[in-house]
Write a protein that binds this ligand. Structure first.
Ligand code: SF4
Ligand code: SF4
Ligand code: SF4
Length: 254
């Protein structure tokens, strides 16, 4: 990606992070105004309330479908070839290090929504030879430029969360209801959640957050008055594998 293209993507992210304008994002924008007004003061993060997904497979599917629809994600049956930006796993898989067989069955089997953690110290970006993936300085979003991806899969090996998927073949025939406004990918390219950077640039919240009806909260972690910070200040939260030093920015509450 040229420097200009990257700058453009960073600028749109910064503008979006500071000027989020739809209903939900008004909160983020309003609360960001309490910060120092510098785009580098923005650190976008997500809080997922796991309790809201217990016995609610419809809500889980709604969040996944919103992402699939928005981003032309193919539906592939073969498990090893699936393209996953957001998916669910039982609690015991999502938080292996929390293993505790005395936990109630409801918690052990509780579905947990997983996506890229938009790590503050992302090992995936360090290994990319073409800078097709990078952490955006303006708001911390870990981005992808599919035009630069050469499919080496170093980033997949480096990600300890399995948050990246490889297109083993042309995904286009497996896309239901192609969304003309979003680019499709091709065989040999890696992809993942980008925190809906295209929606942020339009002043919208991520698609999954929009349909989650309060079960997912999105905002500026650097703003002490933002909804994400308020929740984290009052609730016990977990992150996936924080001991690895990746500084994941998806927080889970129960
Ligand atoms: S979750 Fe994985 S893909 Fe996402 S930023 Fe962290 S290391 Fe990279
Ligand atoms: S697969 Fe693509 S994004 Fe991942 S390291 Fe290789 S070039 Fe970079
Ligand atoms: S933030 Fe956007 S890209 Fe990421 S999982 Fe949610 S809908 Fe998909």
């Amino acid at each position: 990606m040229s420097v200009n293209r990257r700058k453009f993507l960073e600028m749109t992210g910064a503008i979006a992070a500071l000027g989020l304008s739809t209903k939900g994002l008004e909160l983020v924008a309003k609360n960001s105004a309490h910060g120092n007004g510098n785009s580098s003061a923005v650190r976008l993060a997500m809080v997922i309330d796991m309790s809201k997904f217990i016995n609610n497979p419809q809500l889980i599917q709604k969040c996944i479908d919103a992402c699939v629809k928005e981003h032309n994600i193919p539906k592939i049956e073969k498990k090893t070839h699936q393209i996953k930006w957001i998916w669910d796993e039982p609690y015991t898989h999502a938080f292996i290090e929390q293993e505790n067989e005395k936990l109630p069955k409801t918690i052990q089997e509780m579905p947990v929504l997983l996506l890229c953690n938009h790590c503050d110290n992302p090992p995936c970006t360090d290994v990319c030879p073409t800078q097709a993936t990078w952490r955006r300085d303006s708001d911390g979003v870990v981005m992808m430029d599919w035009h630069r991806c050469i499919g080496c899969r170093y980033c997949m090996a480096a990600c300890p969360y399995g948050s990246r998927s490889f297109n083993w073949f042309d995904p286009r025939p497996d896309i239901d209801n192609m969304h003309a406004d979003y680019p499709t990918r091709k065989k040999g390219v890696v992809e993942k959640c980008t925190f809906c950077d295209e929606r942020l640039a339009r002043g919208q919240i991520p698609a999954c957050v929009e349909v989650a009806k309060g079960a997912m909260i999105f905002g500026n972690l650097n703003d002490p008055l933002s909804p994400v910070r308020r929740i984290l200040a009052n609730r016990f939260s977990l992150r996936r594998k924080p001991e690895l030093g990746t500084h994941p920015e998806i927080y889970y509450i129960l």
